[in-house]
Structure formats: structure tokens, C-alpha cells
Design a protein around this ligand. Sequence first.
Ligand code: NAP
Length: 361
Amino acid sequence: MAGASLSAPSAATSPAPVPSLKRRVCVVGATGYAGAELVALLARHPRTEIAGLFSSGGRSSVRFGALHRSLGGRAGPAAVPLDVDALLEDGPDAVFLATPNETSAELVPLLLDWAPELSIVDLSGAFRLARAADYPAWYGFPHPRPALLEEAVYGLPEWNGAALPGARLVANPGCYPTSVLLALKPILPFLDGAQPVICDCKSGVSGAGKKTDLAYSFAELAGNLKAYGAGTHRHEPEMRQQLGLADDAPFVFVPHLLPTVRGILSTIHVAFSRAVGEDEIAAAYEAAYGAAPFVDVETPGRLPELNDVVGTPRAAVGFAMLPGRRAVVVSVLDNLLKGAASQAVQNYNLVSGFDEAEGLS
Ligand SMILES: NC(=O)c1ccc[n+]([C@@H]2O[C@H](COP(=O)([O-])OP(=O)(O)OC[C@H]3O[C@@H](n4cnc5c(N)ncnc54)[C@H](OP(=O)(O)O)[C@@H]3O)[C@@H](O)[C@H]2O)c1
């Protein structure tokens, strides 16, 4: 972790509560793709004040307007190399981590040990899996604080909203899992457990974060489309866990890299255990999302596309019935918003007792 100071802060610098009508927040990883979107949302959130922005020790004083075109040239405050003492001295009520998995895994226990009253929304996968034993195989490191896996609330607000108020630690879902779970959870009771659910998912390149590898260069991506990580992507155990599927249940997830910057489109093939009517499936989606501010349900037969949602905090789900007790479900979202930053703000709003849509409408 290049130069970032994750050492325990000294006792003399424990956080002093700062009275404020607005909640004070810090963002770590503010110079990344997801973090920058988060800063843009928090900067216009009416009940939030940005107390501090942090990045790795590899850079210093990065101003956002110059870094991300999507922020419309807003200068914003400077992000400084992470120092835990400095972060706590900023007196945050909440901290967002838009950092790599290993960084979040190390930082969350440190922050909660020193400031147990903090709310943390972690955008990484470090607290999404329930079993610590899964971390070495899927994430490549032993989990440093398994007890926090039990405490973490999986932040899919449309399904776990009741568990969010007052939560100390929210594991913000992965971008592919958000898209797949929103599509599948309403119709789980209709599915034939003996037949595979096949998730053919495609993501824009920003889903991989800032990368300099050859595989992510323009010449390799433009005009191309490729599958990767079949059976080995770390979002698969997250989806199985949230769908209540055993490790050996027939479930296929194949991600693809789209030659576009942002957006996820998941095409999901399902089989039903009995003859199910289009109206029953439509009713199941309506019951799940009729009151959800950020999930649109298409009329039966209309399948959503990336242009419906890119640049917005909304996901959209549509389905078409197929012969032989089958259907195809298509789910779309912006990986940097509903797949990351705007979902993190939804979670933060619910944790804080605000309206779920505060700062997002
Ligand atoms: N991209 C997506 O669509 C997406 C969607 C859902 C979830 N996520 C998750 O969100 C997190 C961030 O993803 P991203 O795509 O935004 O990554 P990214 O573009 O690579 O940005 C990573 C950020 O973390 C900072 N950072 C790295 N190491 C650090 C350290 N040791 N201490 C403090 N800051 C550190 C980086 O700072 P520098 O700029 O100084 O290097 C940068 O601000 C990841 O866990 C990712 O899995 C991403």
C-alpha cells in the first residue's frame, strides 16, 4: 500500500466530535473512478459536509475537476495521501472507502477500533462475503477481522433496507452482483432449482478501476469484446451467497469486457419450475420495485439498454417470456453509480436516517 499511513493513530489524536447540522464525511480513494463519482454526489448532498478526501500515498494534492471530466470542471477540495490520524482529526461522522479490497480490509478494523461510533460504507469486497474462509481463495488474503463480517450489512437497499438504519459497517455490493441480484431476487420463488441460471454480463472498462495494463489499452479494447474470469470471478460467491445458492448449485456467471467506458448489461437466462404467466412475473417485479426510487421495471417484452441508465443512479430490469417455461431477464445499470457510488449514498442515507433519495434525485 504505497506509502499510505495505516498505522494506529496516537491516543492524543482521537477524534473530537464536531457539532454540525450536516453529517461530516471523509472519502478514502477519492481519486479513483468510483471515489470521484462519490465526491461529486456528496458535494451536492444537502445534509452532508465533506470533511476530508484521501488517496494513496502515491500522489498528492489531486484536484478533481482536472482529473475527471464527468465532474464538469468543478475544482473540489484537494485529496491528500491517507493518514489515519489526519482523517480522524477531521472529525467525520461517516467514512466512505472506495479503496482496493486489501486496503479496506485493513482500514475498517483500524477506524472502528479508534472511532467505534463511525459509520463506514465500504465500496470494496472486503466485507461482502459471510465466511472468512472464502477470502484466501477468492480475494487472495486471509481476512484480518472475521467478526466484522458478521456485523457488516450487505447494502442492497431494495432488499436490506430495514437492516441499514444505524449500521456501523455497510458492505456496498459489487457492480455485477447489484445488476444480477436486482434481476433475480423477485423471481427466485418461480425458478427451477435443477436448471442452471445463466448470467451473461457485460461491463464497461471503468469497472476495473484505473488501470495501465496493456489489456486495458485503447488498441486492445476498441472494436473488441471479450469474456473473462468464467467461474473464477470474485463476484460469483457474492451472488451465490445473496441468492441463497450452495457452492455447487447450477449457476453460471460469465463477465465480458465491453469497449465502452461505463455501464453493465446482464442478460440472464432462467427456467421456471411450472408454467408461469407473464402477468405473474410482472407482478413479482412490481411488488419488489413499485416503490423503489432507483429501480425501473420495463413493461413485459421491453428489454432495457445501457442508454436508459448510464449517468443516472437508476437500474432498469425487463424480461421476455420464452417457450418451454423459460424467460430472459435483462438488467442494466451504471457501474460507477448504482453499481458503486450512488448505491453507497443510498446506503449512507438509510444508515443516517435520511430519505433514501436525498442528494440523488
Ligand atoms: N469501478 C467500479 O465500477 C466499481 C464498482 C463497484 C465497486 N468498486 C470497488 O470500489 C473500489 C474502488 O474502485 P475504483 O474502480 O474506483 O478503483 P481505482 O480507480 O483504481 O481507484 C482506487 C482509489 O483508491 C486509492 N488507493 C489505493 N490504494 C490506497 C491506499 N493504500 N490508501 C489510500 N487510498 C488508496 C487510489 O488512490 P490514487 O489515485 O492515489 O492511486 C484511488 O483513489 C474497489 O474496491 C472496487 O472493487 C468499483
